[in-house]
Write a protein that binds this ligand. Structure first.
Ligand code: NAG
Ligand code: NAG
Length: 197
């Protein structure tokens, strides 16, 4: 029998026996939207379009136009508010929160592959692409960003279904500079799942 089959069986067995709550993970994005009105002030409207990859149902391509009014750079901070989906139904707000200073450096350290893929998908109003962090005030177009590029160097996370508010803000004034809401799932890392193309 192929080694691959044996390993998959072993992995599945160890899951059902111990049901780990956290560990090495895969991330899958289900939805990527604007933050609801009132979550942060000002409101950041954005129309996103997600197109499912017909060859890999875990993959979607993101299209959006996004306007920022202030420069996003290493003087900006980022906060990720994780709402968790409870087994009884409903979202538990702020199940945990991650805060990072120095936006560009943090993205480079925590999610280098995601940042590079995002920069390649970004073009500014003069059609210059890639548009790399720091980002000047502009309307940016996101074209065909594969959600499978969302990966981080954080070695372990809780498993579950999340509604994440991704808020970029000025740490001095606490004023929001950008906001997205992303729905995602973290599942135990499968060695043989195709997570990229
Ligand atoms: C973004 O703007 C461009 C140019 O105006 C337009 O062609 C495209 O459809 C827009 N994309 C989305 C997702 O709204
Ligand atoms: C998006 O990227 C995928 C994979 O790289 C490609 O197959 C697809 O044609 C692209 N779609 C558009 C609209 O560029």
């Amino acid at each position: 029998m192929a080694l691959r089959t044996v390993l998959i069986m072993l992995t599945i067995q160890s899951w059902s026996r111990s049901e780990p709550v956290a560990g090495p993970y895969d991330v899958f994005i289900d939805q990527w939207t604007e933050c609801p009105k009132g979550l942060v002030d000002p409101f950041f409207p954005v129309k996103t379009r997600l197109v499912r990859n017909r060859h890999n149902h875990n993959d979607m391509f993101l299209f959006a136009n996004y306007t920022i009014n202030e420069r996003l750079d290493d003087s900006s901070s980022m906060r990720l508010e994780f709402g968790s989906w409870s087994s009884g139904g409903g979202w538990k707000e702020n199940a945990f929160i991650m805060k990072f200073q120095r936006l560009c450096s943090t993205l480079n350290n925590l999610a280098p592959r995601t940042l590079q893929a995002l920069e390649r998908s970004l073009s500014n109003s003069k059609k210059v692409s890639p548009a790399t962090c720091p980002w000047n005030p502009e309307t940016y177009q996101i074209t065909n960003f594969s959600t499978l590029e969302v990966k981080s160097t954080i070695p372990a996370l809780f498993y579950g279904k999340w509604r994440i508010n991704l808020i970029i803000f000025n740490p001095k004034t606490q004023v929001a500079l950008a906001c997205f809401r992303v729905y995602a799932r973290t599942t135990p890392k499968m060695p043989f799942v195709k997570t990229s193309n």
